[in-house]
Design a protein around this ligand. Sequence first.
Ligand SMILES: *Cc1c(COP(=O)(O)O)cnc(C)c1O
Length: 413
Amino acid sequence: MHHFKYKNGELYAEEIPLSELADKFGTPLYVYSRKTIERHFRTYLDAFRYIEHIVCFAVKSNPNPSILRLLAKMGAGADIVSGGELYLALKAGIPPEKIVYTGVGKTEEEIRFALKSGILMFNIESEEELREIDNIAKKMGKKARIGLRVNPEVDAKTHPYISTGLKKYKFGIPIENALELYIYAKKLKNVEITGIHSHIGSQITATEPFIQSLSNIIRLTDNLRRIGITIKYLDLGGGLGIKYKDEEPPLPSELSMELKNILMGQDVKIILEPGRSIIGNAGILLGKVLYTKKAHKTFIITDTGMNDLIRPTLYQAYHQILPVKRSKLSKTIFGDLVGPICESGDYIAKERVLPAMKRGDYFVVMSAGAYGFSMSSNYNARPRVAEVLVDGKKVSLIRKRETYADLTRNCRI
Ligand SMILES: *Cc1c(COP(=O)(O)O)cnc(C)c1O
């Protein structure tokens, strides 16, 4: 559920017509709905009330500081994958004791920063990383809280680029090697075994992969307990899907009910790392039609493209396209909605039924709140776009549009 709805043929963000935002802030523009973010976050808190938990928002899905601040105020922790994300999370006021750090390539500098900050847990992705963290912690006179990111060998049945829970991917430690590595970790003086982590992929639209993964992990926890290793935190990762088109992903409450049987009776706290399911449908990308062109097919050429939203190009992802103004007589066309970038792969929608639009019309790319701005770039020397947060009738500019001067800011000529 989100708050981008038509009223009298005009698409609104909460109580503001999107055409007003386009006129005021220009396009392309990312627009977020505060009510939607809050509702999605609360849904998680409510769903897992039966067990002690921390909802660690996956910063990589949307690192805007105002959005992080909003979530921090509601009690969110953070799932980070870099020193930069740690910096942003701390700046936004997320307490370090609610921050978990995942990623296959943590540098010494990043590990030091995280140790100094006192984060809750490092999710370890290799034996070598484990030794390195122990070494660095020793040099700093600290103890690093750790968990192993295990690969539960569960197929998340999502796009291979966003699937992570199988041996063939670079992520995690095969579950059959985890016991041995925990025993090794226990001997290290500067690490403290705190948890187990697994994250099997993204945009998962069924509960089975989560249940399978959790069952495999609980089995490991039992085996660890038998040899005197206790796990305080079960980190179940993120990955719950959203509706882009006709998917029917489980709600957090449905997932939590299905996990309840397995979790009850376990003396653990759980960590959840949702990104997309909090922010995906809470944001849209607003663009403007520049030209239409009829070649062997119809192209709607717009002012937004793959540098602003790369998901269609990278994952063949579907995003619904809606006109900002529509009438009963609105026509459709069949064709591509493309950007201005000099790449054939630069499209937002390909070979689709699209609203017929003409030069100057505004349109919306739905479900663009997650992995939208965060994956954007300056390709073709395009300044990165602005972001606004709508709250009822109010709107705040939460990131200014970049200027041409920003393109040379760090350069020496
Ligand atoms: C990307 C990622 C997430 C968030 O995934 P979503 O699909 O956005 O919920 C959570 N945890 C880890 C380790 C990740 O890499």
